[in-house]
Design a protein around this ligand. Structure first.
Ligand SMILES: *Cc1c(COP(=O)(O)O)cnc(C)c1O
Length: 414
């Protein structure tokens, strides 16, 4: 019998089992899926468009395109923008590998920068120093759901405008570095009173199983472009490039007798099926409640942990920013990596699943081999050694938080 399902008399400690981040599946999700299955159209069609409209409502983005993952969505944007070998794209060192891997896919160079010690989001001052004539895009990450310093980033990109060399039609139209936010964590986050996407050019959300809103696998590209890059037209360009470069998609052909189409580019296959979109449409109806519940859990954690200065609490809102409360990134003050790992093991033995976000990119073999060195990103490295992400999901109770905090306090040796 696996350890996880021992009966309580085998091991009374396991009476309480707290998963890390089980998916939120809406009560009406099966009806939503059934309606797609019985409609006769199961891949990209009306349901994907419905999810796009719903995400558009939350984000106030000009247009939203659903794709089969955030990774695919971000790569699609870089390809559309014309990022190619020889180009540079600035990313934080403290993120999931997807943020930088997509730059490699395009044959370009990820240029890493360190993060701010308090929020663990991209240090914009450091980013400014890395901008060269080859820089085509900057991909800040709304870590844990907290928006980056977008006003600062916009100023920097504007100041460096004269360095920018446009080499594609979208680059000429934008006339500067693209601000492409990795918003995998931050659907619903607010910056200076409005949705965070309105402070970027393009934000890409993830609907992976562990994210705040899920379609099992999926993502969405949200556009907020200046007027000389018409969002409707960019939406069409992205949609076509994400579907083999085919001028007419299957749904359009299905609805008319005009079967003929052309292929203008060797496009990709990144569309979202209506079956998965249905999971998202059902989830989105409850998204306000999900965000409120997550916020409540974060507030409970912060209240319970406040008396214990041996733990550093994450920044989840400031005067300018409100998080989407995706991750609770706790840091221990002393003991470093060995103590952090020991604590994770001790919590696991008490039935509490935790995680670490993130092992900085330069510590991963791929990036080591490419010549990146962790020592150049000291804040990321120190944060990693001290970081332990606590469970956070819809429906967590106050008593779950009390149990986790008491086990944290009891098991932390420092
Ligand atoms: C989950 C995640 C991604 C990738 O999302 P997918 O939808 O799985 O492609 C990218 N960046 C960050 C920061 C993530 O957490």
């Amino acid at each position: 019998m696996p350890k996880e399902i021992c009966s309580s008399h085998d091991n009374p400690q396991h009476l309480k089992k707290i998963p890390f981040s089980p998916p939120f599946l809406a009560p009406d999700v099966l009806n939503e899926i059934a309606s797609v299955l019985s409609s006769g159209w199961i891949t990209t069609g009306a349901k994907a468009r419905e999810l796009e409209a719903g995400v558009g409502n939350i984000t106030q983005a000009q247009r939203v395109l659903c794709v089969n993952s955030a990774t695919a969505g971000m790569e699609l944007v870089l390809r559309w923008f014309g990022v190619k070998p020889g180009d540079e794209v600035i990313v934080p060192a403290y993120t999931y590998c997807a943020t930088a891997n997509i730059v490699l896919h395009c044959g370009a160079t990820p240029v890493m920068v360190d993060v701010c010690a308090d929020t663990l989001t991209m240090d914009m001052q450091a980013a400014a120093k890395k901008i060269t004539a080859r820089t085509k895009a900057i991909i800040p990450v709304d870590l844990g759901g907290l928006p980056c310093d977008y006003a600062h980033l916009q100023t920097i990109v504007e100041e460096k405008k004269s360095l920018f060399k446009a080499e594609s039609a979208p680059q000429s139209a934008l006339g500067r570095i693209l601000i492409l936010s990795d918003a995998a964590h931050s659907l619903g986050a607010i910056y200076r009173g409005t949705p965070a996407v309105l402070h970027t050019d393009i934000s890409v959300y993830s609907f992976h199983a562990v994210k705040n809103l899920t379609t099992a696998e999926g993502g969405a590209i949200a556009l907020h472009l200046p007027s000389n890059l018409a969002a409707d037209s960019v939406y069409e360009q992205l949609r076509i490039l994400g579907l083999h470069g085919q001028s007419k998609d299957a749904f359009t052909k299905f609805n008319t007798a005009a079967w003929e189409y052309d292929v203008e580019d060797a496009g990709f296959k990144y569309n979202m099926s209506d079956i998965l979109a249905a999971v998202g449409v059902a989830g989105l109806r409850h998204y306000d409640a999900v965000l409120a519940d997550r916020q409540q859990t974060v507030a409970t954690y912060c209240r319970l942990l406040a008396p214990y200065p041996q733990f550093q609490l994450p920044v989840t809102h400031t005067e300018e920013k409100t998080s989407a409360y995706h991750l609770f990134l706790l840091r221990i003050q002393q003991g470093g990596r060995a103590e952090r790992d020991r604590l994770i093991q001790a919590l696991f033995e008490k039935g509490i699943a935790t995680n670490v976000h993130y092992k900085p990119l330069p510590m991963l073999s791929l990036y080591k081999k490419l010549g990146y060195t962790a020592a150049e990103y000291p804040i990321s490295c120190t944060a990693f050694e001290r970081e332990i992400t606590l469970p956070l999901f819809y429906g967590m109770t106050e008593s779950d938080c009390e149990y986790i905090v008491s086990e944290l306090v009891n098991n932390y040796a420092m």
